[in-house]
Design a protein around this ligand. Structure first.
Ligand code: NAD
Length: 353
């Protein structure tokens, strides 16, 4: 066994169908009396219902969370949290909502109870992002790690199959990169491999029947593992490319992850053979990059960056931005290779096995 460092992050997890009913008790444990419930505009009704169920423990609802946490929204939400005298944030939603809670916590130190309704994994990481002037900047800070996470698979039944598939691939991407990250270690690798396995089995079942609660539970379990793996290791070229495409070209986060992942895995395949063997085993495939691609075809996902709004003329600029302060990566990050990777993702070609 090689030398390694394993940095476990603290946090309490309450898991299971109906677990949202534990929210008042979890707020009590934290000593929170005035929770600000956060959501995206589309989940505003759910947020208001949840706030109403908390009675006197609610400070109010802020339902303007948006993808990639625009700085203006973060500043507005911080102002609202201060004005309402909130002593805690409840993030009901996906990575966008958790991201807003993190932006509030970063400045105010308010504790977060996360109630994830997608598979993004953000709730188990100290990573936060803010977008201003067309650039998304991410960093880590222990203050933004949610104190408690309530994983209630019943809340994910309404997540449309196409969004579930893309979000699940976002979680699988965390696991894939955790397996070859610079600070990968045997513990996170166990979690990452199990996360891929759980999601790869559950997602096709969810596509067939979005109300399959067992499959929803397995997918959320996989997403939790993915979040832990992401939170305890670094990320590499794949995440850098997705941050670039999301932050500078405004592409949708989860769909971008899904499209880029098989190609990023192909770029790194020969430089990270052990990680790729684990990915392939978890997928039940002979080869990791083409196995990821085939899973996505089975999930009816969009397979081309051109399908989600990237223009061919953007490819070179995207490759250049992705090369600025690159993340550590098993294979050296160089322009021609990254451009070829992006072109393959743009055209949606199946990676050679
Ligand atoms: P999202 O939070 O933007 O949600 C996608 C859409 O689905 C939204 O319109 C939302 O209202 C809707 N939705 C969410 N849950 C639903 C449900 N159960 N039923 C019906 N609709 C639902 O998407 P996401 O992919 O979860 O998050 C993306 C964001 O998270 C990006 O900004 C990304 O950078 C960030 N992220 C951060 C980390 C981190 O560690 N900091 C990790 C992963 C993702």
């Amino acid at each position: 066994m090689k030398q390694f460092v394993y940095n476990a992050l603290p946090g309490r997890v309450v898991f299971g169908a109906g677990a949202l009913a534990q929210l008042p008790a979890e707020l009590e444990r934290l000593g929170a009396r005035r929770a600000l419930v956060l959501s995206t505009p589309g989940r505003g009704e759910d947020a208001r219902r949840l706030a109403a169920s908390l009675g006197a423990r609610t400070a109010g609802v802020y339902d303007k969370a948006a993808m990639h946490v625009p700085l203006a929204v973060a500043e507005d939400a911080r102002r609202v949290a201060r004005e309402l005298g909130a002593d805690c944030c409840v993030a009901l939603g996906g990575g966008s909502t958790t991201g807003l809670a993190k932006a509030i916590a970063l400045e105010t130190g308010l504790p977060i109870v996360a109630v994830p309704t997608t598979y993004s994994g953000s709730e188990r990481t100290t990573v936060y992002g803010l977008t201003a002037g067309g650039l998304k900047r991410t960093a880590r800070d222990a203050r933004v790690l949610p104190k408690t996470v309530i994983y209630d698979p019943a809340l994910t039944l309404g997540l449309p199959p196409a969004v579930s598939a893309a979000s699940g691939m976002n979680a699988i991407a965390h696991c894939v990169e955790a397996l070859y990250a610079q600070d990968a270690n045997p513990i996170t690798s166990l979690m990452a491999e199990e996360g891929i396995r759980a999601l790869a089995v559950a997602l096709p079942l969810i596509i067939k029947d979005q109300n399959d609660l067992n499959a929803r539970s397995d997918a959320l379990y996989g997403a939790w593992l993915a979040g832990v793996a992401l939170g305890s290791t670094g990320v590499a070229l794949h995440h850098k490319l997705c941050h670039t495409l999301g932050g500078s070209f405004n592409l949708p986060h989860a769909e971008t992850h899904a499209i880029v992942l098989p190609h990023a895995a192909r770029y790194n395949r020969d430089a990270a053979p052990e990680a790729m063997a684990r990915v392939a085993r978890a997928l039940g495939a002979g080869d990791a990059p083409s196995g990821l691609y085939d899973l996505e075809v089975k999930l009816n996902l969009k397979m081309r960056l051109s399908d989600i709004g990237l223009r061919e003329t953007d490819l070179e600029r995207a490759a250049k931005i992705a090369l600025e302060s690159p993340y550590p990566n098993p294979r050296p990050v160089e322009y021609a290779g990254v451009l070829a990777l992006l072109r393959a993702a743009y055209e949606g070609r199946r990676p050679e096995a």
